[in-house]
Design a protein around this ligand. Sequence first.
Ligand code: GLA
Length: 729
Amino acid sequence: MSVTYAASTGIFTIHTDNTTYQMKVDSLGYLLHLYYGKKTEGRMDYLLTYADRGFSPNPYEVQSERLYSLDTLPQEIPCAGNGDYRSPAVIIQNPDSSVCCDFRYVTHTISSGKYALQGLPAVYANEEEAQTLEIILRDAVSDVQLHLLYGVLPKYDIITRSVRIENRGEEPVYLYKVQSACLDMVHGDFDLLTFHGRHCMERNLERTPVGHNMQAVGSRRGMSSHQFNPLVILADRDTTETAGRCWSMQFVYSGGFRAEAGKDQFGGTRLQMGLSEERFHYPVKPGQTFTAPEVIMSYSSCGLARLSQNLHACIRHHVCRGPMKTQTRPVLINSWEAAYFDFTGSTIYNLAKEAHDLGIEMVVMDDGWFGKRDTDSSGLGDWTVNEEKLGESLGSLVSRINDLGMKFGIWVEPEMISEDSHLYREHPDWAMVIPGRKPLIGRSQLVLDFARKEVVDGIFEQICNVLDQANIEYVKWDYNRCIADVYSAATDDQGTVLYDYILGLYDFLERLHQRYPHVMIEGCSGGGGRFDAGMLYYTPQIWCSDNSDAIDRLRIQYGTSFGYPISAVGSHVSICPNEQNGRITPFKTRGIVAMYGSFGYELDPARLTDAEREEIRQQVREFKEIAPLIHDGLYYRLTSPFDSPVAAWASVSEDQKEVLLNAVQLEIHGNMPVTYVRLQGLRPGAIYENIVTGDRYASDALMDTGMPIPVEYREYYSYRYRLRLCEED
Ligand code: GLA
């Protein structure tokens, strides 16, 4: 049993294979956090300390017993208004407009399997793989019940958390803040690892000490965003890839979020994650329940590599869905950087033909095939095939491409509308615009009001109409601006719009998934602006960045690897000089970097040299061979591309028999010192052999002193070593 409750002590204990989580219902009925760390037996309520602390109030029933204050005790779900002045996880406004709640334990259930969340993506697992703990707390005055949900996947050291708020009272209450997970550490000096960025340069790791202030990252853009990823890690100051304690929180949600960490007056640290509070005030009417998206948590006592591997496995096997979720996906060629808007049906056909000759398996017709769409300033919302531009019907083009032995995929951006479109002329009110104000324009487009069901239905019908016309096996779902004008004609409570918008998006994606179960959907938002675990429930891969330069990608993919599996990373080889930053890199390096993802090409092979085309053939062959190791193996970051002259990373199969070591030279200087890359995760005391050269290495030496990366005076040169365990005879 992963989850147990001891009625005599009020202690809940959750065990995973390597971790333990513990909390306690105390004598006043409050749910206090006790422990989240290395697996252990025993009760940890000895960690609770009580002292008379000035200016920390006491619950009324303790009267002169001044040692008890929620301001100083570690809590599971801190609320505003009951004596804890630290940052609350829940803020509720009562019918009398007071802001206060006081949740006490009522009951709980423990069940097999993993809870699901109505209308929201969530980790899924069967009855053998997971357990659910639901704890019900109640505010006696308002009769609001708070359901705390814990999903436990022992094998992956994963615990998920979510919150449901049910109004059993007589009048509406308003939610002002709902964080899905909160961790109170009673002491410690921690760093917070966050992933910041911008369009074309997403998910840069930043590591900063947690101090006596509030550190917060988040998004107020209506999307998870390029600027901050909904993944944070708390780590001891000396935690490295291979040693030390670390805890992660990752939001299974694609809209605005907030994650915060800070030290309190007595040196405790609170880490929380949940919905963005800004522009959120959500009414919960009598009889209604509000469900918050879930947070995936993990803990590692042996460094960041293990933490990431836990998250990779959970997302790959228990968030991503569809028949392709664990298969090597078709190697694709995308028309965007090959042709942009300038193509006809023949262009796409020829791209497919050239690509097929090189071993590529699928062609994707990107933006520009519908409505009036020859530039990015018109046509969004008109999802009708521009047969005049293609010179044929979609059905005919796709069947010609299929006849070549190629699969076909298509680009869509369903959440958007151009003012220059039939849809806008017919339904101007479908765009999100605040009445009486001019809307903000982003990439010359407006956002459709997906909080309104008829808008979602209208676009869904149009998109199905396209998908029904041909054998379409892949859809790239794009989203190319942020929400700015938060207003929906569907409601009088504009504080509900950003959340309901995301429910509308998920409703659309779920319907698409159900109706076309074999269509593989790739997420995208100007590259990686919505690279989150929520989207991965519907789109098992996401175009990682609009920046396809291999050297920038090393940093982007490094940051991404902290929380997301390699198979989720859409990654393509493109031409040089690179279209985003002008850099020139060897073709081989572009391949080595792009193969660490769901692989493809973003170029026109007809414009390449014969030697380059031959290189593509080899890359595709090689990728097919090593993809299972890349996607199913354990991933190790061996150096940081932010501060090492060599970017190095490796995949090691779970049985430790196969190793793929990759290295890219980032700096070249005269008379350079050699960089030694220390491997991780090899079988101790073993010998590994390079399968190409036959060279043999002791695993302990590879992990202790490392592999020398040759110095060749060529810029951005790359190396790949395939090692195999030498079995004892
Ligand atoms: C976004 C995507 C690109 C491409 C264009 C098309 O920027 O990230 O890959 O699809 O839109 O407009």
